[in-house]
Design a protein around this ligand. Sequence first.
Ligand SMILES: [Fe+2]
Length: 459
Amino acid sequence: MAWYQRLSLRILLPLLGVLLLSSWGSFTYSEKLLERVILEQVQRQAEQFLVGMARQIDHLDTSLDRLQLEQLFHQVLNEKRRQRQFSILKIYLYNHKGEVIAHSEPGEHPPKVLSGKYGDVLRSGNPYHSDTAEQKRHPRSGEWITSVDIIIPLFRGGEIIAALESELDLTATKQTISTIDDEFEAVMVQIVLWSSLLLALVTAAILWLRLIRPVRSLSAVTHQIAQGDLSARVHYQSSDELGVLGAAVNQMASSIELLFEEKERSYLQMVKSLTKALEAKDAYTAGHSGRVAHYSVLLGRRLKLEEKQLMLLRQGALMHDLGKIGIPDRVLNKPEQLTDEEYEQMRAHPVLTATIMRPLRERFREFSDIASWHHERWDGKGYPDGLKGEEVPLLARIVAIADSWDAMTGDRIYRKGMGKHKALSIMCEERDSGQWDPVLILEFIAMIEGALDAEPAAE
Ligand SMILES: [Fe+2]
């Protein structure tokens, strides 16, 4: 799977994108909010300044002498221009008709008449603040500056007698805001980066525990089941969707396992039926298979095999010659010496048995191996595959010894079986010939000797 196809990345990347986008939005909004708060604060201070000035004007002569007013403006402006927060560019005083009666720049012609929305101050008595800052050139330096207007009404005896306008230069305030913005920006960028990193790590950990790991476990188990391991189960237990899916996979595996067991049981039953058919066809094989199973299990117990292996050993021994069902009766029951061609037909029976048992091989490999290789030899001179030493499965090596023992001691239609003592002496002679597994043949001989010693009268 390519890295960009990983589920964790497909979840994490959009999440981080949304996080960064929302952080950028909050950041921009915070910047604007900060700027607005500072400007409002400055405008309030400027308004308070104008209110103070209005009180000073109120204390002047009631005729609002122009000269007196302009001296006052001049004095106040000089004082205010020394302050950093905001500076006042110009001050105008309008009469109740909106005509300029005094302004802070003596010698200049009165520049305007208060009208429109500015004139509303004289009619409504409410102060006026510019909503937005205006870019204009400074009247003396000619530099571009940011300015806003504030107009307040002047009352005397409850009547609006004049309006006082002030043009504020907010350039210094803007620069202060810009400096604060830069610092704010640096802090915000760090906060956003670290919180994004932390969130990404926490999200990745949760994704791994709650999603990726269970999905991988599910994937591994379904792969195992697809490969034929029906015992594989999902161990992730949770009440979430993945837990439900895991339980469903386990249920599916159990159902498939039951189906396979049923199928194998049916096939095993069929193989047993075939064995019965062979026993009906060849009386010798019936007794022979039973005795081979008997001796095999005795040797298996002596070797301390597990019960499951003993069961397989018994079943395998009972069916080890099943392939003889495909050999013609005239060859199978021929009392005389077999011709070379007939001998080859007889030698084909392990392959025929293996072919019949192939459907069982997946689940009962050892069971099937017994049939396939019970004529193989430890020294590699056996058939059909010429396997050598431990290449021949253990259970097949056991059955090979038991099969040979019964071939010597069992009765045939054309001859009587040899005595057990004689057969035992032949086995002892063959012990070092390399035909048999050296450990197994010693155990088998010891087992037979023990049995003969215990039942001397049986011979
Ligand atoms: Fe055989």
